[in-house]
Design a protein around this ligand. Sequence first.
Ligand code: HEC
Ligand code: HEC
Ligand code: HEC
Length: 126
Amino acid sequence: MRDRAWIFIGLAAFLALALAPVWQSALHGAARKPEPKIVTKAKQCVEPTAEMRRNHMELLNAWRDTVVRRGQRTYLAADGKTVTMSLSGTCMSCHPNKKEFCDACHNYLAVSPYCWECHIEPKEKS
Ligand code: HEC
Ligand code: HEC
Ligand code: HEC
């Protein structure tokens, strides 16, 4: 009987240790995940928010290809609106808080777009 109890305690301790990375990152993640604060004059993004969250990289790639390869600069959004395809001029005019918005989210996910080596970063106000 005594042996059984010890085996049980040993097993519990082992599991707690083995799973430490899991519960620690869960705690950490919950505490650190940044809430992207959006500073915009407008109420809507180019495309619906959920789609932007998932696909903004593809959208930017498509914009770049269209501008660079076809010299076409007007984007027709799904809702019929038209915008100029420009990273600095369009995206960043609505999202001028690059550090808190784009970077906060990217840092959390460890992505670092290299776009700003060439494209002009918005001038942060704060
Ligand atoms: C090596 C320099 C360089 C890098 C790095 C770069 N671009 Fe560009 N990009 C350009 C140039 C040059 C143009 C053409 C500018 C024009 O014709 O207006 C352009 C055009 C674009 C355009 C369309 C026009 C505009 O002004 O926005 C988009 C969108 C774009 N790039 C997105 C991106 C994204 C997203 C990244 C990062 C993943 C990126 N680029 C990285 C040089 C670069
Ligand atoms: C006309 C202003 C405007 C433009 C231009 C604009 N956005 Fe947005 N964007 C918004 C608004 C407003 C929201 C939040 C909408 C909401 O809360 O439902 C948003 C949401 C987003 C989100 C989702 C954020 C989240 O909480 O998940 C991403 C990513 C994003 N935008 C990236 C971009 C990129 C990249 C561009 C350029 C291709 C761009 N936006 C152009 C206004 C704009
Ligand atoms: C809600 C979180 C979130 C916000 C806000 C956000 N991004 Fe992203 N972004 C991502 C994720 C996730 C990826 C990586 C997707 C992947 O690896 O496939 C990404 C990737 C990218 C890429 C492609 C990078 C690469 O190396 O392939 C570009 C360009 C980009 N984001 C631009 C922007 C810009 C500009 C803004 C601000 C206007 C922005 N993002 C805001 C989550 C976000």
